[in-house]
Design a protein around this ligand. Structure first.
Ligand code: GDG
Length: 502
């Protein structure tokens, strides 16, 4: 059945597990919070579809049904599995997206790798995604495309289906023109994005940067701006802006710029945090660690996440403050998103080397200051650790948003805990009550972790209360209401619909 909402995201919205010869579809275990967030939209419309790729040896005869119907706790929806060969996936995702686009999006020109990019394959895969979305979309449907690996989908889809409303959301940062224009395909990418009705970003800075990139390719005249809400400005922090562009007018259409930070499912995390199972787990962890103070860091293994710099900051902490030796531990959860991607191997090695050195220098037979965990921790255990950890230490070098810091805040139903957060995570503009740190400055990193460890309880509680207010305000429901209203104002934007969504 044609769908009025089609979500286009590279990954399938479940994990396929074979049990006694039959395929079962289970909730994703992968360390990426976005899939459940997107699935939460399915409860809000009658007919929804999801387009994702699935590997096949022969794409014309893939050996699986392209279209399946799923019913799970999120609702009923259709999944269109686009067959791609292993070589296509490697080329469009692991190489072009991760080796060329990802470093530029995050401001790492020196890691940009042009040579292996196969642009015709990238275009061919994006075209196939657009065809699949066109096949699933009902007349006038809303099609919501996610992330840079599908940058060319909007332009192709507009050619195939001029009737649909297209929105594109960036989960990463969006860089300014002097960084973005390293990409030789910049004109094609910008033109595809200008075929959208809405282009979405987490924070005002990324929308402004996008405008600078558009302007370097086209004259789009005046771009109107509005003031940024005061609670989206962390005074003096690196990513805060005072005004935000609202739309770009081209000859063909008006492209709205939707700025809404992705949030976390606060109700779900609260329920989990308050459950007996979590309470027992947290109690067990507390018994195990005794009087030790815990710093917790969670993220994917990626150079953008600043894992090595953080471990070095921890090493300096133990050098600088002998009083903390044997007293403070760092639980560093760093999970590779995809072990097939060799580009992340050197980072894993570096983390292991520094963690090993710290444990060698400051550990004893019974006490290891760093626990480096390289496999995914089940989410209920993670929530129990959020409750036990004295400090959430989240210091990426660049991060579109960062959901871990928000999950930590949501899980602290006891109203205690400290967040040390990088100024270069999008979340920093909303979370000014965190201890903000500049991960490019050793002095700032050292100061922030000292401040977090020495913070009096009263101040901790005051800050986390402010953070809870902001995380609760901009949760997934808020994102859903905002994004859906932009995506299809006629269907979702009315007051009655909005209150249903909220
Ligand atoms: C992209 C952008 C943006 C991590 N380790 C484990 C685990 N996780 C979960 C966390 C969290 C998610 O993974 C990571 O979310 P982030 O937001 O930190 O990061 P990215 O994966 O880089 O996502 C990012 C996001 O898109 C949304 O727009 O915020 O900036 O880069 O939910 O909990 N979960 C479990 N075990 C782990 O070991 N269960």
């Amino acid at each position: 059945m044609p769908s009025e909402l089609v979500i286009v995201y590279h990954r399938q919205p479940y994990e396929e597990v074979e049990v006694d010869g039959t395929i079962e579809y289970r909730a994703n275990k992968s360390p990426n919070g976005i899939v459940p967030t997107l699935k939460s939209f399915f409860g809000k419309v009658e007919n929804a579809a999801w387009v994702a790729w699935k590997e096949a040896e022969d794409t014309s005869n893939p050996g699986f049904d392209r279209v399946i119907n799923i019913e799970d706790s999120f609702g009923k929806y259709t999944v269109y599995r686009l067959p791609l060969t292993g070589a296509q996936v490697k080329s469009f995702y692991h190489v072009t997206s991760k080796e060329a686009f990802w470093p530029i999006l995050h401001g790492f020109k020196e890691k940009y790798n042009y040579d292996p990019v196969d642009w015709p394959t990238f275009k061919e895969v994006n075209w196939a995604f657009a065809e699949a979305a066109a096949a699933e979309a009902a007349p006038g449907a809303s099609v919501w495309v996610h992330d840079y690996n599908l940058w060319l989908v909007p332009g192709y889809l507009r050619q195939m289906r001029p009737d649909v409303r297209i929105s594109f959301y960036h989960h990463t940062p969006f860089p300014a023109a002097d960084m973005f224009n390293v990409l030789p395909w910049r004109g094609e990418i910008i033109d595809s994005l200008l075929a959208c009705d809405v282009v979405g970003f987490h924070i005002p800075r990324y929308a402004s940067n996008f405008v600078s990139c558009v302007r370097s390719v086209h004259d789009v005249g005046n771009v109107p701006r509005r003031p940024v809400e005061p609670d989206m400005i962390s005074e003096g922090s690196a990513l805060s802006d005072r005004t935000v562009p609202t739309e770009i007018r081209t000859e063909e259409r008006t492209v709205q710029l939707g700025v809404t930070p992705v949030g976390v499912d606060v109700d779900y995390i609260k329920r989990l945090a308050e459950s007996d199972t979590t309470a027992k787990l947290a109690e067990r962890f507390r018994d195990e660690i005794g009087e030790t103070r815990v710093l917790l860091s969670v993220g994917r293994t990626d150079y953008t996440k600043g894992g090595a710099d953080q471990l070095l900051a921890f090493e300096r902490l133990l050098e600088r403050r002998p009083d903390l030796r044997g007293v403070v531990r760092l639980l560093h959860v760093s999970v590779p998103a995809n072990r097939a991607m060799t580009v992340y191997e050197p980072i894993q090695k570096e983390l292991e080397e520094i963690a090993g050195r710290i444990n060698g220098r400051f550990g004893t037979f019974t006490f290891q200051p760093v626990a480096l965990i390289s496999r995914a921790v089940p989410f209920d255990e993670l929530v129990a650790w959020y409750q036990v950890a004295d400090v959430a230490w989240i210091t990426p070098l660049a991060d579109g948003m960062n959901l871990v810091c928000k999950e930590y805040v949501a899980a602290r139903t006891d109203g205690d805990g400290v967040v040390v957060l990088s100024e270069f995570a999008g979340a920093a503009v909303e979370m000014g009550a965190a201890v903000l740190a500049n991960p490019f400055s050793t002095r700032s990193m050292d100061y922030a972790i000292d401040m977090a460890l020495d913070m009096p309880e009263e101040e901790r509680r005051a800050r986390i209360a402010l953070l809870r207010t902001s995380v609760e305000k901009r949760d997934t429901q808020h994102w859903a209401a905002d994004q859906l209203a932009l995506l299809s104002p006629a269907d979702f934007g009315s007051e009655s619909q909005e209150s249903e969504i909220a």
